[in-house]
Design a protein around this ligand. Structure first.
Ligand SMILES: Cc1ncc(COP(=O)(O)O)c(C=O)c1O
Length: 380
């Protein structure tokens, strides 16, 4: 049984039976994970919302046993901040999506990204960042790192593995594939292999795929991050992020930072995250190649950015490494297209493009590429 039969006919999935089987198997595993435990032979369909600050213990021995298990690295709770059954269920479901043994919950996608940077870097270190990642990484996290004596540089995904960017103090390479707005796809296995050779942690923002369409950890990444605020949450009523890994050492380091920052997600929000993921496959199946194709046929449109379009520069990689696409499309209006009707749209688009360009603080190649597009309109 699967939840993805509508997607089987979706034009936004690569037409490949291996991909299809993988997504259907994932759908089944996700459907069966994070469920409430049976008690007396029965259980609710959805895991209950378990809210607590202080926990009760049946005895001092029970407290001591749990405290020891937690000390030994097990993900069990002796206090509300450590999470409840609701949090554990969401961690399990994200673990299925990401193919991860360990998942931490964060208060937003940006908070999950900060958690990774703050864990992997210490004063004097350097991070290499793909130039088209989510804007606030440069806008908010880069200045925070600068205060801690950590500097960053940027590279362009489509130039391939950034051999020349390597520095002796580099510790982290951080990417987002497809990248924000331009939807550029990175050759993750090649990048991760290069990172591994040089002792770098390779971290990927996997928000675009929500784990449903792509599992960075299976392609060699050490850490996969999601803003579950977006597709995974799905209903625009939740702020949440996740960090997943299969590396036990990184997990311990991430967990220590997570504890120190007191990143405690509310049980209600954990429950909303679970609810969202139950419909993720069906929602992803509804999108949006038709919109992208329609835009491509419009004279006023100079370029459409969507990796499922066959002439997109990232299409071949997308087809090999992803099992589908979502509904994010952006496009550039041709300058010459500003006829009577198009001008109105163009003004709105220009405002949005200015906003986007303003967010790309540094004069990085991605900014130049966006600026070169006459006007970019972003659809969410
Ligand atoms: C790719 C990507 N990563 C991270 C974030 C940040 O997520 P949040 O808004 O939950 O902080 C976003 C938000 O738009 C995003 O698009």
């Amino acid at each position: 049984m699967t939840t993805t039969s509508p997607a089987s006919a979706s034009p936004t999935r690569p037409n490949d039976s291996e991909h299809r089987q993988r997504v259907d198997a994932l759908a089944t595993r996700v459907l069966h994970s994070g469920l409430a435990e049976f008690q007396d032979g029965t259980a609710p369909v959805n895991v209950p919302v378990v809210r607590t600050s202080t926990l009760r213990f049946a005895s001092g021995d029970d407290y001591e046993r749990l405290r020891q298990r937690r000390h030994d690295g097990e993900n069990v709770a002796t206090y509300g901040r450590h999470g409840t059954a609701t949090h554990r269920a969401l961690e399990a479901v994200i673990g299925e999506l990401e193919g991860a043994a360990h998942t931490l919950l964060a208060l937003s996608g940006l908070s999950a990204i900060s958690l990774v940077f703050l864990t992997m870097l210490t004063p004097g270190d350097h991070a290499l960042i793909q130039d088209s990642v989510y804007g606030p990484v440069g806008e908010r996290i880069e200045p925070l790192l600068a205060r801690l004596g950590i500097d960053v540089s940027y590279f362009h995904a489509q130039d391939g593995v950034p051999h020349d960017a390597l520095r002796p103090n580099m510790r982290l390479v951080y990417v987002e594939s497809p990248g924000s707005f331009l939807y550029e796809i990175i050759d993750l296995p090649a990048l991760a292999a290069w990172a591994g050779e040089h002792g770098l942690v390779a971290a990927v923002d996997n928000t675009w795929s929500a784990g449903w369409l792509h599992q960075p950890l299976k392609h060699g990444a050490h850490v996969s991050i999601q803003a579950t605020t977006k597709y995974a949450g799905g209903y625009s009523d939740l702020m949440q992020g996740t960090v997943s890994t299969n590396d036990a050492t990184l997990w311990q380091r991430l967990r220590d930072t997570h504890k120190a920052l007191g990143l405690s997600v509310g049980a209600d929000d954990a429950s909303l995250g679970l609810r969202g993921i139950r419909t993720l496959g069906m929602r992803l199946a509804q999108h949006a190649l038709q919109v992208a194709e329609y835009l491509q046929g419009e004279a006023a449109v100079a370029r459409v950015f969507h990796p499922a379009l066959p002439d997109d520069p990232g299409h071949a990689l997308w087809k090999r490494k992803f099992s589908g696409a979502n509904g994010l499309v952006s496009f550039a209006l041709a300058r010459s297209s500003c006829g009577p009707g198009a001008c109105v749209h163009r003004r709105a688009a220009a405002l949005r493009a200015r906003d986007v360009l303003g967010r790309l603080r540094k004069p990085r190649p991605a900014r130049a590429r966006l600026a070169a597009a006459p006007v970019t309109l972003l659809l969410f």
